[in-house]
Design a protein around this ligand. Structure first.
Ligand code: FMN
Length: 191
């Protein structure tokens, strides 16, 4: 089992990284972590090259990332909330998946490895605002869809301004349990 993680926090030992660590302690198999702050990915320019080609015209770190997505069994997004959305470097990666979108809806390339992966969303928010994750969850369902993943698990932590993840035993335990679970049970529907 191969798990590919996109983490979108600039803090090495921040709330998101700690929550992710507890999740990954439960996960078996090969794990690759990509911090989107450390990669070179240019924004999509909607040039429509991918309408007729199986690849993006821009050649940067996404070239490898497309292949890594394709060959993964689990795809994890771990992100803090930034102004009701994800931090900019993650949004850049998401937009570059236009290649996958056009493969599905424009080129009709059914050889893409679709609908086989498990999608996991891990998020932290400083505030205790009700429904703070809703806009992100809505958008990231599209991310999971174009990467051929079933959005299967979510681990959400609010109020990190007052209760940092390190002190939140309940959420750390939940993250570990879900990590363990994906090793056994793939494609469980999100609650
Ligand atoms: C630029 C920026 C925007 C933020 N926007 C929100 C927000 O809209 N809602 C919220 O609850 N927290 C917001 N936060 C707080 C972070 O989501 C929170 O501190 C998170 O746990 C940080 O994760 P990290 O420690 O992994 O970086 C924001 C923080 C920053 C730096």
């Amino acid at each position: 089992m191969r798990t590919l993680v996109f983490i979108a926090s600039p803090h090495k030992n921040g709330n998101t990284a700690i929550l992710l660590k507890h999740f990954l302690e439960g996960v078996s198999g090969e794990i690759e972590i990509i911090n989107v702050y450390n990669i070179n990915v240019k924004p999509c320019t909607d040039c429509k090259y991918c309408y007729n080609h199986k690849e993006c015209v821009l050649k940067d770190d996404m070239t490898d990332i497309y292949k890594k997505i394709e060959s993964s069994d689990n795809i994890v997004i771990a992100s803090p909330v930034y102004f009701s959305f994800v931090p900019a470097p993650l949004k850049v990666v998401i937009d570059r998946l236009q290649v996958n979108w056009s493969g599905k809806f424009i080129r009709r390339d059914f050889s893409q490895n679709l609908n086989k992966k498990v999608g996991i969303l891990i998020m932290t928010a400083g505030s205790n605002t009700k429904n703070v994750f809703e806009p992100i969850e809505y958008a990231l369902k599209q991310f999971f869809s174009v990467t051929g993943s079933e959005f299967s698990y979510k681990i959400y932590a609010v109020n990190t301004d007052n209760v940092p993840i390190e002190k939140n035993e309940e959420i750390k335990k939940k993250a570990f349990e879900i990590g363990k679970n994906i090793s056994f049970q793939m494609n469980k529907p999100a609650e």
